[in-house]
Design a protein around this ligand. Sequence first.
Ligand SMILES: NC(=O)CCC(=O)C(=O)O
Length: 265
Amino acid sequence: MRVAVCQLNSRDDRKANLAAAEAAVERAADAGADLVLLPEYVDYLGPGASMPAPEPADGEVGQFFAAAAQRRSVWLIAGSFHEAGPDPQRTWNTTLVFDRSGTLAGSYRKIHLYDVEIPGRVSYRESATVAPGDQPVVVDVEGLQVGLSICYDLRFPELYRQLATDGGAQLLVVPAAFMMHTGRDHWEVLLRARAIENQCFVAAAGQTGDHEPGRTCYGRSMVVDPWGTVLAQVPDGPGVAVADIDLARLERIRAELPSLANRRL
Ligand SMILES: NC(=O)CCC(=O)C(=O)O
């Protein structure tokens, strides 16, 4: 199974954002990808005041990505978008997974919301407009068990441990819009740690560059193997990187260094 991570610079123009995402899916499919991962808030990353109305999973955004998956016959993890929920004040931050026929195969609502205040650097209160999800999700992608998460979730290792143990995940995916200020010191360390401690592949697709005022994303989308080795990485700016998921390597690492099996708590 070949996985592609697509790095984008989504802004406040949904039409342009979707066109860029579609072009990235095309590029990934041309590179032989079976599974394509897009970043968090792929359809809109701009000021809250001009955000398009939130939609259900089968709204315009969902249908757009279903068609993209079907057109290129790829599995598509469509980053995340603002899903309409029962609370008119708050959406969910939701990732949708489409199979090769464009059928919705799973979805996940971000559990850990980004409420952070770093004076002069980052001021963000995601929970003001987004409601948290409460369900870890693993999707079967043609026999590969894929654990879903979104961005800030990356800082909560207990989620990934649950995905890998109870859920049997072999690949952990992280659509993200990780901030520049935190990303340059934490992003790669956290991704490689989640891969090593859970003996899983990790694929992370990030937003990159400037978005709304005061929001610059780090990018550096990457695929990491269960040993913690970075297999592929997108440099600064939009782009696509691909890597092959070798499950024999995962099994060998788990057999030779059985830290998952040796857990005592
Ligand atoms: N969109 C997010 O969840 C941002 C997370 C982030 O930047 C971090 O440092 O954590």
